[in-house]
Design a protein. Sequence first.
Length: 492
Amino acid sequence: MAKLTKLDDIVSLCKRRGFIYQSSEIYGGLASCYDYGPLGAELKRNVRDAWWKAVVQMRDDIVGLDCSILMHPMVWKASGHADKFADLVTVCKKCNTRTRIDHLADKSDGDAAEHTEHVNIETEAAKEHDLSNKVCPACQAVGKFGEPMAFKLMFETQMGANADDQMTLWLRPETAQGIFANFRNVLDSTRVKVPFGIAQIGKSFRNEVTTKAFIFRTREFEQAELEFFCAPGTDEDWYEHWKQQRFNWYLDLGIQKENLRFRDHDPDELAHYAKACVDVEYKFPFGSGDWQELEGVANRTDYDLRQHQRGMRTMNDWFESKGDLSKITLKEEAEDYHKGPLSFFDEQNKERFIPYVIEPSAGVDRSTLAFLVDAYDEEEVKGATRSVLRFHPHLAPIKAAIFPLVKKDGMPEIATKLYDDLKGNFACFYDQKGAVGRRYRRQDEAGTPYCLTIDGQTKEDNTVTVRERDSMEQSRINIDQIKAYLREKLDL
RNA sequence: GCGGGUGUAGCUCAGUGGUAGAGCGUCACGUUGCCAACGUGAAUGUCGUGGGUUCGAAUCUCAUCACCCGCUCCA
């Protein structure tokens, strides 16, 4: 299997073959930002399409959505991000280890730090923080901490060209809230009934304290999220359902079983709104061969919809404070909140409730990287190394390459005709330069599953050579049957 | 943000004060009739960026940017 043992090898591969480049490279690069090159753009698009097909197209109970990145600030007040999506961190002066202050344990009780949510940055920063009795988890030094530093995890931007009349907005830190904000719209316009899901793929932005490992953790990233709404009491079954569905999706697209696993979150690791959460992890070859999260499947309960009902009740305060979020607090829930504007009426049981939500949330960039790394292989062929990307046909950036065996005797004419005939149906590539063996190997490196070669025999019996990427085996197929052959083999 | 490391051709790297190099890749022409390894020729460098020292800097020095390994966090 792959001989990519270091992240550097992957970065190099990605650049050399045109999958991923550093953003703004000609200006020295921009931290944490990356661009997808010609092959990478195709690969990533295929990953998105495969997700959409599995999650939306093939299901009768899920519909799609595509929200704006900028949303009303109250969305983030209600979701909790505006107040809580920040960390207060301090550094141990002895060993330079950085720790969130809410994770520090007291010297006296010695208890391990408990998991807590992100903090409210305004109130926390204003508080006096007595760290003199706190223990550094790394070097055990007591009270050697510097001033707490605040990290805001959402990007801010301004709406309105007039400088005197601008509103501060946030770039969304997750696509999920756009789905909750449109829950009512979808209910009213599509005839869906609980249980059903709303799916969305799009960019999100988090001003991470530290980025990591190539495109694994970036400040701008793409999510594929599904919010699946179900009746309270059925949520645990749906949680299991989606756990399996999502795991199998990676396997079906060729991820090797031994590189994929679940990791359940400990109860004290769960976010305050989550009843259960499991990560789908991939064994990336970063340094020590660490397992890293590709996707999280969470039971978010009815938390988000209930929060947005509170948000809707708070709008008067928002207008009165002239949009200053720091001056308002969310209104309490109505006593009959379960009959609120974001509730669902179950015709069969004649009851109204706020649906529970199961959320599979996948990282598109992470998955793309995993598919790339997992497909990479090197093998010995006649004493030389053949490197090949064994992509699942659905993910392969190029489905078929068309070659004339040599650049004469009318072969290029037949080959270009075949190419023109196929490119409307499949992503194809035409190449007539150099030795054919070299062209085969070049396509191996791009992960192209099939090469079609026009030779002398083509003019005699109308057949072409079909060469398979994985086995390197060749067979002859009538040129008129190529389209059907590819369609069947590629399952398109 | 802190500590450690790195930055020279598209990629991998050599080059420790005196005219910028190799392998692979790329391109052209020829050859070639099914698996990168033929022949001939060619292109390609703000030596990450900006200051300083020096007669002279890829090389010494300072700053800065980016990446990698940790700390932290999460899709």
